[in-house]
Design a protein around this ligand. Structure first.
Ligand SMILES: Nc1ncnc2c1ncn2[C@@H]1O[C@H](COP(=O)(O)OP(=O)(O)OP(=O)(O)O)[C@@H](O)[C@H]1O
Length: 264
């Protein structure tokens, strides 16, 4: 366990967290703890502040109020980023610089490696294992720009896996991923949970992750309106609250197959 976190401290503690963009509040008075080893979903309607919350927990956006601790260390003093695997909502490989799938995934090792040293055998094994887990080993040498949106999403997940972190923060990891690969990713996430990882996921619906999610933090208009078991509809499907993108009153069993091109 790293020197900058306490083994028994919660993975995340948020107390009265507030965030404002350009002076406009988007999160208010959000407080919760996530214990080590928990798997927790952040749910809520579009624009309710889900991504902002996970970004605030990682210091990607500044707090306008309140405090965050990671593993018991105040966020401003937290340095052990190798502990954390962050899967953002979309890939940004600055400026259209050509990068292969393998290079992007290997960048997930950056906090584990000694500076300016070549990849070790263990680094290479971790990258191969991560690519295998997301089913992209055969695309390892392709440019990420030649992948579909859903495949790029899987590259981001592989990058986080390659870093072998204890804590995963995934912002809509299933978005744009086809149903078969959602099932495969759900199995990967399940095995991470089984080996004791802490997993915080922004989700629009539980879909194939339903059996894994015992707790959902539900946001509405930037405030935490519920923290507990995800709500089950009469149809047996699960969601946080009324955040479905469908107009049928209940979410579909899996996300639709949307291959949104993110090519440069
Ligand atoms: N960088 C930004 N600058 C200004 N406003 C922002 C920025 N990012 C998000 N917002 C606004 O903050 C609010 C919360 O956005 P956020 O992306 O956190 O919501 P969300 O619940 O994750 O939404 P979605 O489900 O659509 O991804 C929205 O009103 C959004 O327009």
């Amino acid at each position: 366990m790293s020197s900058s976190s306490l083994p028994t401290a919660p993975a995340f503690t948020a107390r009265d967290v507030a965030v404002a963009y350009d002076g406009k509040p988007v999160l208010r008075d959000v407080s919760f703890e996530i214990a080590r080893g928990e798997t927790v979903a952040v749910m809520g309607p579009n624009g309710s502040g889900k991504s902002t919350l996970v970004r605030a927990l990682l210091g990607v956006v500044p707090l306008s109020g309140g405090q965050v601790w990671i593993g018991g260390t105040p966020l401003r003093r937290f340095r052990d980023w190798a502990q954390i695997g962050y899967v953002p909502q979309r890939l940004s490989v600055g400026g259209g610089v050509p990068a292969t799938v393998r290079e992007i995934v290997a960048s997930g090792r950056i906090n584990r490696r000694r500076r300016f040293r070549p990849l070790t055998a263990h680094d290479r094994d971790a990258v191969t294992e991560a690519l295998t887990a997301v089913g992209l080993l055969d695309r390892a040498d392709d440019s990420v720009y030649h992948l579909s949106g859903g495949q790029q999403q899987r590259v981001l997940i592989a990058r986080a896996l390659a870093g072998e972190p204890d804590i995963f923060v995934m912002d809509e990891p299933m978005a744009g991923v086809d149903a078969a690969n959602q099932q495969a990713l759900a199995r990967t996430i399940e095995s991470l949970a089984a080996r004791g990882a802490t997993i915080l996921l922004v989700l629009h619906e539980l879909g194939p992750l339903e059996p894994l999610i015992g707790r959902a933090l539900t946001l509405e208009n930037g405030t935490l309106v519920s923290d507990g078991a995800p709500q089950h509809s009469d149809h047996g499907c699960c969601s946080g609250r009324d955040h479905s993108r469908t107009d049928t009153g209940r979410p579909p069993p899996t996300l639709p197959y949307i291959e949104v091109s993110r090519r440069a």
